[in-house]
Design a protein around this ligand. Structure first.
Ligand SMILES: Nc1ncnc2c1ncn2[C@@H]1O[C@H](COP(=O)(O)OP(=O)(O)OP(=O)(O)O)[C@@H](O)[C@H]1O
Ligand SMILES: [Mg+2]
Length: 233
């Protein structure tokens, strides 16, 4: 779904500790795009993702997702909107340790009427054989794939990913990115992925660069496939 940000500003703290995390950010993201947001530590990437997805509030500006103004929504309407339409993947997998892989994925779909089948999703992310394992029995990359399957269970229109490969080595990282890429290609799910790893930007249709809370460039890119990137670039 399309996402439009107009002049979004977000400030933390007051007085001496006042930090402008986002300083007049305007971006338009088309339905079905794979967008990578790049920027150094502290440039506002996580803040951008949090306000763009309705996890956090903004000070000024407008955010429209799929035609709905989320910045003016009341709390409960926003929560309902997020639950129904938006998926999240973070650097930490946040799986429930007392549940199996399959049960974790089931949780992702429990708030919607027609969730995807969890076994099918685990198959899609290459974990069919691991469905009855608990998180501690899985590698980091496998846990991250469970968390992606969990995020997809509700059939989100957009998947927001904050450093999804930040804790993974190159091989596992590329496997996870390949899954996100195929998901975007096959189902047209809009993906917004933030990272400080410039190599990952080669997957994107659109590369947004942030610095000091400002958009410094927005560039169209011809994506390469996840297997063809290398971390050190
Ligand atoms: N809850 C908060 N309270 C106060 N300041 C915050 C808070 N969250 C973020 N900031 C500040 O806002 C700025 C942007 O932070 P943000 O987390 O968005 O950066 P980032 O680009 O995601 O960095 P990283 O790559 O290290 O994750 C930083 O200066 C940070 O210190
Ligand atoms: Mg961050």
């Amino acid at each position: 779904m399309g996402i439009i940000l107009k002049n979004v500003t977000k400030t933390y703290g007051e007085g001496d500790v006042k930090t402008t995390a986002l300083d007049g950010v305007s971006i338009e993201i088309d339905d079905g795009a794979f967008v990578v947001v790049l920027g150094p530590s502290g440039s506002g990437k996580s803040t951008l993702l949090n306000v763009m997805s309705g996890l956090d509030t903004l000070d000024e500006g407008e955010i429209t997702i799929d035609g709905a103004r989320i910045d003016t929504m009341k709390d409960n309407a926003l929560t309902a909107f997020r639950r129904k339409h938006v998926g999240f993947v973070f650097q930490q997998y946040n799986l429930l340790h007392t549940l199996t892989a399959k049960e974790n994925v089931d949780i992702g779909g429990r708030l919607v009427d027609e969730p995807h089948d969890s076994e099918r999703l685990l198959d899609d992310v290459g974990l069919a054989k691991h469905k009855t394992k608990y998180p501690f029995q899985l590698s980091g990359g496998e846990q991250q794939r469970v968390s992606i399957a969990r995020a997809l269970a509700k059939r989100p229109k957009v998947l927001f990913c904050d450093e999804p490969t930040g804790a993974l080595d190159e091989e596992m990282g590329k496997a996870v990115l390949g899954i996100l890429q195929r998901l975007n290609e096959k189902h047209g799910t809009t993906v917004v992925l933030i990272t400080h790893n410039a190599a990952i930007a080669r997957l994107a249709h659109i590369i947004v660069r942030l610095n000091s809370g400002k958009v410094v460039s927005v560039k169209a890119n011809r994506p390469v496939s996840a297997e063809d990137i290398s971390w050190g670039e």
